[in-house]
Design a protein around this ligand. Structure first.
Ligand SMILES: Nc1nc2c(c(=O)[nH]1)N[C@H]1C(S)=C(S)[C@@H](COP(=O)(O)O)O[C@H]1N2
Ligand SMILES: [Mo]
Length: 330
């Protein structure tokens, strides 16, 4: 085959497999946006845990389901879980410790089995109220049985088309929609049905429910960034409501201390369980000096972020993210 033809053909077959049009639309055409891609590459995905990552050999790993179950002693190997009906889905993870900021949030395409399919195989007793996850690193956390039985609650074993990386919980981690990272345990070794449980972070004062709060984060500019006077600049970032308010409807930016707001372009999105990425083309004033950039989101349910800071009522919304930057001479 001639090289030219080959190139053409591979473009076509790629079209069939990875939907390049859609993918292209979800990689920024303007440089320097942050985030720059709807899907965070595995190498760039934030990593957060209480200790070093656990390296688990799948050949020796079995997931036991214990406690208030009809068939105690049942366990699953990775192959068993992979043989079950699989779901592929895009999900954003966000850390409760960084509620407004941008650093501890990432979005990936995951593949896994429904947790409820495993629970149904072992049979859950009526007294069971929570599902406890114990992890190889000593981390443990519980979620209400109702959440565990939700069709979107998955035991994920692939991330962006690769086996779940060690840093992200190999061989399986929980994906618990609508909840902060604390409720998405990695390196799970045991699942226990119980009446109640006090989780690792709850013992240390963190929210036991851990519902993700509506937040809009500014990726560009970064703090103290120098923006050239008179230039064209892209303010950009992400917004996420984890589905609690019907998804993000619009994102606005203010560069005049909230006096006026400009609607941004949402240039990449998926379902409300994934972040939306936005950008706004700013004709930077010629005048030098400090500038504060604010961003706020409005949800499909009609809620708009309208205050500063973290302690905002109603409790499921966070205040604006603001970034202090500088307009400087070229
Ligand atoms: N086993 C285990 N799972 C864990 C944690 C942990 O310390 N140990 N940390 C949680 C927290 S606080 C977050 S934010 C997410 C981060 O997931 P990631 O490292 O894949 O981004 O993992 C969660 N799952
Ligand atoms: Mo976290």
């Amino acid at each position: 085959m001639k090289r030219r033809t080959f190139i053409k053909l591979s473009a076509i077959s790629a079209a069939g497999i990875v939907l390049p049009l859609q993918l292209e639309a979800q990689v920024a055409d303007v440089p320097l946006l942050r985030p720059r891609t709807l899907i965070t590459p595995n190498e760039e995905f934030y990593i957060l845990q209480i200790d070093d990552p656990e390296v688990i050999n799948a050949a020796n790993w079995q997931l036991a389901i214990t406690g208030l179950v009809e068939k105690p002693g049942t366990s699953f190997r990775l192959e068993d879980i992979k043989a079950m009906e699989s779901i592929e889905t895009m999900r954003t993870l966000k850390c409760i410790g960084d509620p407004i900021g941008t650093e501890q949030m990432g979005n990936a395409e995951w593949k896994g089995a429904r947790l409820r399919d495993l629970l149904q195989k072992v049979g859950v007793k009526d007294e069971a109220k929570v599902v406890v996850f114990r992890c190889a690193d000593g981390y443990h956390t519980a979620i209400p049985l109702e959440d565990a039985m939700h069709e979107n609650t998955l035991l994920a074993y692939e991330m962006n088309g690769e086996p779940l990386p060690t840093d992200h919980g190999f061989p399986v981690r929980l994906l618990n929609p609508g909840h902060y990272g604390t409720k998405n345990p990695k390196w799970i070794v045991n699942i226990q049905l119980a009446e109640k449980h006090e989780s690792y972070w709850e013992k240390r004062g963190w929210d036991p429910i851990a519902n993700v709060k509506l937040a809009t984060v500014i990726g560009t500019p970064s703090a103290e960034e120098e923006i050239i006077a008179g230039s064209t600049y892209f303010v950009s970032g992400a917004a996420f409501d984890a589905g609690h308010h019907g998804g993000i409807k619009k994102v606005e930016v203010s560069v005049d201390y909230g006096e006026t707001w400009e609607e941004t372009e949402i240039w990449a999105k998926d379902t409300p369980l994934a972040w939306v990425l936005w950008k706004w083309k700013w004709q930077v004033p010629k005048k030098k000096g400090p500038v504060e950039v604010y961003a706020r989101a409005t949800t499909n349910s009609g809620v708009t972020q309208d205050e500063f800071g973290i302690q905002v009522k109603p409790v499921d919304i966070l205040g604006y993210h603001t970034v202090d930057a500088k307009i400087v001479d070229p």
